[in-house]
Design a protein around this ligand. Structure first.
Ligand SMILES: Nc1ncnc2c1ncn2[C@@H]1O[C@H](COP(=O)(O)OP(=O)(O)O)[C@@H](O)[C@H]1O
Ligand SMILES: [Mg+2]
Length: 229
């Protein structure tokens, strides 16, 4: 049974990668409420990225249930195209590695790409692209190929492309990884400003100080299990 108020709920989720016996998620139960920022804190290899793959509907629990807004998200449910489209519209993902996320010829194309997928009118796409270029301080790089940018700039492009879609839930995997101090500060300040904007934000990190700055709720992850701290 899902509890009222939770947009995302996990109930005793277990998951192993095919061909590997160990349980990467070993009975994960959690509730995530709209409008809050959760940090998932734990060491390398504890299962953070795997948990995010489940939340994004890229992998599915071997047992237990993942509810999104009251609907169990399963491999079978995701074959329902209408459901899958609506689901992906509502939940956005910033990958740990910006390289794998960026694939267009220019920064502005990168932001506009998802908006074209939504079949928005041309003018709205242009306006939104401008707005997000500005929000993420990317105007000077609009025509640059994303692969020519620095790590911090690439991360901002990845953020801009996801935020332009205005998803209700934003899942962000280790946003500080590989950034210098200035890049880390920018992302931290951005996420702090974002708090209270109504989005449900779930951020993984192994940086305690960063978590302390942005979290409404601290969740510890260890060997495939979660606990609220
Ligand atoms: N594609 C995969 N196949 C097999 N094992 C994997 C795969 N991806 C991750 N793992 C294993 O799952 C565990 C959790 O990994 P991961 O979710 O990436 O942790 P984290 O993001 O916290 O560093 C690790 O032991 C890792 O080796
Ligand atoms: Mg990871």
């Amino acid at each position: 049974m899902t509890e009222p108020g939770a947009l995302i709920q996990l109930e005793n989720v277990e998951f192993s990668y095919r061909g590997y016996p160990e349980k990467v998620l070993d009975g994960v139960s959690a509730r995530f409420l709209p409008g809050r920022c959760y940090t998932i804190e734990g060491p390398n290899g504890c299962g953070k990225s795997t948990l995010f793959r489940i939340l994004l509907g890229l992998d599915f629990p071997d047992s237990g249930t993942y509810w999104f807004d009251g609907t169990p998200v399963s491999a079978r449910k995701m074959k329902d195209e209408k459901f899958a489209r609506a689901f992906h519209r509502r939940i956005g993902y910033v990958f740990q590695d910006s390289e794998v996320q960026l694939f267009t010829q220019s920064v502005s194309d990168e932001i506009a790409f998802g908006l074209y997928q939504l079949h928005l009118p041309e003018e709205e796409i242009r306006d939104k692209t401008e707005y997000y270029l500005n929000q993420f301080e990317l105007e000077a790089f609009r025509d640059r190929a994303p692969f020519t940018l620095s790590g911090g700039q690439k991360r901002r492009v990845a953020f801009a492309a996801v935020f332009a879609m205005d998803p209700e839930v934003i899942v962000i995997d280790e946003p500080l990884a590989g950034l210098d101090e200035k890049g880390q500060r920018w992302i931290t300040d951005f996420l702090r400003k974002l708090k209270g904007s109504g989005h449900l934000i779930i951020v993984s990190t192994h940086n305690r100080a960063f978590a302390g700055e942005i979290a409404d709720v601290h969740v510890a992850m260890n060997e495939g299990r979660l606990s609220v701290v």
